[in-house]
Design a protein. Structure first.
Length: 466
């Protein structure tokens, strides 16, 4: 009996090492811990977390099925990439739609001034099936005396619209639906007393350079600012002697080539008569560049020699990107435009340093360092005082900086800005506040426009020149 008891105890001692089978489980959990430390959580199409922290990776495979697990992970990454591409496409379509809404709202006064009924959308190339754009156009028709006319007024103070051109289009237009009170503001737009002197007016721009715009795909403010420069470009093209003023329906000629495309997914073919418009901001993504190219605003890269200059935009610091990556992205976004090569003279610096042709510099809400750099790169010439300025700056009203900082500190930090800002002629651009009552508004904006609009996008901007 004692012998059998001793034998049993011996067997228990022999079996004892097998109690540590839990260490086997611990070893099996090690891949999960490593993946959790180094991996990233992703979401599948149903929205559930499929990353390491959920335990999904551990339960989907074992140490004996690493090949199957890797293949499955590869499929998950591919699916996630596809979802991200779809999200980018949706974001780009939303941005495109918003820009159309903003552009119609900001620019309808131009075609109305040429005699086209404002009930017809200026830049819509097709009839919209839903009622949103019809409601927007109705509000534009009722609100025709407000913000868009103020923008047109500001531009006409600087670059007057030829009266004969307006009369030519007005002769054939149907004016039966236009209220009698429209004529007073229209005539006021040609009042010579409100314009700068002819000798001091800037030259008609031959190109537009946009700096610090921000991401038009992600930023509502950038979308509004982009829509504004498209409207300004349309107006400037009406004044160019080498362009057709309008199509058979009275629309600005450039509008037919751009946002009026029937398929918004197809990039429009550049028109040789369009005013050259380029842009640079280090925050531009591939989606931003594609969206800009659809609007015929051509992204540019920066060069390595700018690496020591640090400036900021409204949303981020304007700093130098890797030149090769920028060149590849710009070439991809150019869609074959003859001026879209980012090499050599087409770098963004060539557009704003030592400007030698009439240029509109569009720099909404950039930092003082960037304004200082631009002005220092284009010192006043020794030309007669009545000669037209080579550049016009549409940016923050620079004299506001002088009032907001001590003179000595500001002068030491920004000598060129402090010297030139008081000498600039300025025409203030109006701002729009959809939630504030204004006696000039004959109808409130649509609820959609009220929701989309960012009142800070065009705040405290002015046309300025020497």
């Amino acid at each position: 009996m004692a012998s059998s008891s001793a034998d049993a105890m011996a067997r228990d001692q022999d079996d004892a090492p097998f109690v540590f089978v839990k260490s086997k489980s611990s070893r099996r959990r090690q891949p999960q811990q490593t993946a959790h430390a180094n991996g990233k959580s992703i979401s599948n199409s149903s929205g559930s977390i499929t990353g390491p922290s959920s335990g999904f990776l551990y339960s989907s495979g074992s140490s004996s099925s690493k090949g199957r697990k890797n293949r499955k992970n590869g499929k998950q990454v591919a699916a996630t990439t596809s979802e991200l591409d779809d999200a980018d496409e949706r974001a780009q379509k939303r941005a495109w739609s918003n820009i159309q809404v903003f552009r119609n709202f900001l620019g309808h006064a131009i075609t109305e001034r040429l005699g086209q009924s404002s009930a017809e959308s200026c830049w819509q190339g097709k009839e919209q099936e839903d009622g949103q754009d019809a409601a927007i156009n109705t509000a534009i028709k009722d609100d025709r005396l407000s913000f868009s006319h103020q923008i047109l007024d500001a531009m006409m103070q600087i670059w007057p619209l030829d009266e004969s051109l307006a009369n030519k289009h007005a002769e054939t237009a149907d004016r039966s639906e236009v209220r009698s009170d429209v004529e007073a503001p229209a005539n006021e737009l040609h009042s010579s007393s409100d314009r700068p002197g002819t000798g001091t007016a800037p030259a008609l721009p031959e190109r537009i350079v946009c700096l610090g715009l921000g991401s038009p795909t992600a930023s509502r403010s950038a979308q509004i600012q982009l829509a504004l420069i498209l409207v300004i470009r349309d107006y400037l093209e009406l004044l160019r002697p080498d362009t057709k003023q309008s199509d058979s329906k009275g629309r600005p000629s450039s509008s037919r080539d751009e946002l009026a495309t029937e398929n918004p997914d197809v990039t429009a073919v550049p028109s040789a008569r369009q005013l050259e418009c380029v842009a640079y901001d280090p925050v531009f993504t591939d989606s931003d560049r594609a969206l800009l190219a659809k609007c015929h605003v051509w992204p540019r890269s920066t060069t390595a020699r700018e690496s020591s200059t640090t400036t900021t935009s409204a949303s981020s610091e304007l700093k130098v990107k890797d030149t090769e990556q920028s060149d590849e992205a710009d070439a991809e976004a150019s869609h074959g435009h003859p001026d879209a090569d980012a090499e050599g003279p087409d770098s963004i610096e060539s557009y704003y340093e030592q400007i030698d042709r009439p240029t509109l510099l569009y720099m909404p809400h950039c930092d003082r360092e960037l304004y200082e750099h631009i002005l220092a790169s284009n010192p006043p010439t020794c030309a007669p005082s009545n000669s037209n300025s080579r550049w016009t700056l549409l940016a923050n009203t620079l004299t506001n900086y002088l009032d907001a900082a001590p003179a000595s500190t500001f002068t030491s930090s920004f000598p060129t800005l402090a010297n030139l800002a008081p000498r600039l002629t300025a025409v203030e651009l109006p701002n729009f506040h959809p939630r504030r009552p204004n006696p000039r508004y004959t109808a409130p904006p649509t609820s959609e426009l009220r929701q989309l609009w960012d009142s800070n996008a065009l705040n405290q901007l002015s046309f300025q020149w020497l």
